[in-house]
Design a protein around this ligand. Sequence first.
Ligand code: NDP
Length: 310
Amino acid sequence: MSINVLFAAKAERWVTYEPTLQQAFGELGLDVNLRTEIPPEDVDYIVYAPNSDLQDFTPYARTKAVLGLWAGVEDVVGNQTLTQPFARMVDEGLTRGMVEWVTGHVLRHHLGMDMHILGQDGQWRDHVPPLATDRSVTVLGMGALGQACAEALSFLGFTVTGWSRSPKDIAGVTCLSGDDRLSEALSGAQIIVLLLPSTPDTENTLNAETLALLEPGATVINPGRGPLIDDDALLEALNSGQVGHATLDVFRVEPLPPTHPYWSHPNVTVTPHIASETRPLSASRVIAENVRRGEAGEDFINLVDRKLGY
Ligand code: NDP
């Protein structure tokens, strides 16, 4: 009998994902009936994007797992009707994209590229930037994305510190964990990369107090989530020079309203939540692997811990 998989995401996603999911199920030899509409009582698995119309999971009594297409889960973890196992997306393609975006923006600031890209005015600015070994980068959040970025930055020679909830041991990276080590992770950091999830515990991780720990003129790079930063405190730190530049990809309200001060601040770069995205083929393979596991009675991968909120 076929495995019934409901695709619950915006219509334009169906066009992209239908062929890659079919390919991924085929690669694993799974006989799947993949549809955008299936009676709830017949659904075995749900492929899910949090912005879809499906918000009430109560009728899906036989569903073995809800398989998220997104890495961030803050819009889903509080859904009391979602009692089925819920896996988020950890996708090799998404990770690679984030590594490229983060290293690109770190290098922009490290090398002072703006000076030359924006300064074609006849002035010979022959200041040579320091080597990466003389630049300290702290990555807050050492999960799938933070760890990959920390490793790539360390490979380039940066002096990298990573901070997470639980201890880590990563070659080339000074790993700190727990609330009591946050100050240490931030003290004197020249570039900060935020790759924490948005949870009640991580809200305003960067605030007036923690921003004051950074090296004066530090760069803040946030591809994590908007609520990780106290926006007023960041604007104040930018105005005082405590923060030299902020490159922000995510915001409390998205799209960022046209009147928001970030848009007009000379030391802020706004990118429109494009740091990285789930890539259809590699993400489909992750979904297919979880369906295979469910059918084989094996543990699902990438399960969300609802208590921790990520
Ligand atoms: P993971 O869940 O794999 O990693 C989260 C990391 O944050 C872990 O290291 C975790 O610690 C740490 N963490 C969580 N809570 C705390 C806390 N209270 N104190 C200290 N550390 C904490 O997530 P990903 O790496 O896959 O993704 C990170 C975030 O990136 C996503 O939640 C999402 O918001 C964002 N994102 C942004 C995208 C964009 O385009 N801008 C695209 C995709 C994701 P521990 O290891 O101990 O569990």
